[in-house]
Design a protein around this ligand. Sequence first.
Ligand SMILES: *Cc1c(COP(=O)(O)O)cnc(C)c1O
Length: 383
Amino acid sequence: MSFLPFTRPSIDEESIAGVADVLRSGWITTGPKCREFEAALSELFGGRTVRAFNSGTVTMETALRLLDIGPGDEVITTPMSWVATANVILAVGARPVFVDVDPATRNIALDKIEEAMSHRSRAIIPVDLAGLPVRREHLYDIAAEYNVRVVEDAAQAIGASSDGRLIGSFGDYISFSFHANKNLTTTEGGCLVLPEDADAELIARCERLRLQGVQRLADGSMEVMEPGGKANLTDVAARIGLGQLPHLAAFTARRRELARRYFDWFDANGGELLEMGLELPPRDFENSNWHMFQPLLPLDRMSIGRAEFVKRMAEKEIGVGVHYPAMHLFKLYRGLGYEEGDFPHAERVGRETVTLPLFPAMDDGDVERVCSALKDILLQNKK
Ligand SMILES: *Cc1c(COP(=O)(O)O)cnc(C)c1O
């Protein structure tokens, strides 16, 4: 039996041929394909202005810079995310203020945001963990009440929606990642959806921050306006993204179907496991894009730890991921004064979470193979 990874990109032959065409064209860095990709993303997001970047980290950092958030400012976010989410806050010189997660959704607990607000609060960065969106209506009510901006870390949420509205088609700043493991990939890459009222100056500044702060002037000369970075997306990468977009709806539908199969299997065969305390993710087939399928292991009832569980699954040719340890317990953030016990729900998720295989090219039978292996290992190591 071949190894089943927890995720694998689906790149079609047409995209591979398209990449070869770009490579032969003589123009391989940012150019026409990148602009075409931005236009296609804009169309997906209902006409909003979109700019492509080389990561979904720099997109968030750029949004914070466009909002002039920096030293002395605070940005509220969740400790249950990839470390990029808090690192960008530190990168602009502001302070990340963590708020615990809701144990049901594992996303930032909206009803706890209020307690974290101070006169220094400038923005909220919500994260749609595993592609399950934070409820946007409620989130934007809070942001409006406290007069703070929102930079959505929708890195995992392309194709997902909130109350029937596609993530990216509404809201303040929305950041997506096209990293290899995301639901839509350009190998590495990302895009930033600018606010609805973005004017020519904001768009120009966004482009400057993407490329060395350089402004091209009408007479053909250039000026350097501020210390920008180097974060442009290549045409090679953009061509891959263009080949992914037509499949996005099918990718999402297939992911939802596979998630359903996981639930169906646990409903039929998982009684003993649920009894033991295995916790399944929220059942949502409307909003989530099922970027990941993440049960929480019943570690108190197991005689082996999570690392050993992951190893035993690998021995059965099944890849299992860990996304993510609670962020505030890493040294960098402990240095800001955070410690064990601050966010008990995020800490528990961080200890117990495992990511099971789920990607569009997976076979239906793979779900059963994963679940049977998980069941065998848990029941053999019950305490
Ligand atoms: C992937 C990811 C990022 C970072 O995206 P990159 O494109 O790898 O820079 C940020 N936040 C979350 C929640 C992610 O999953």
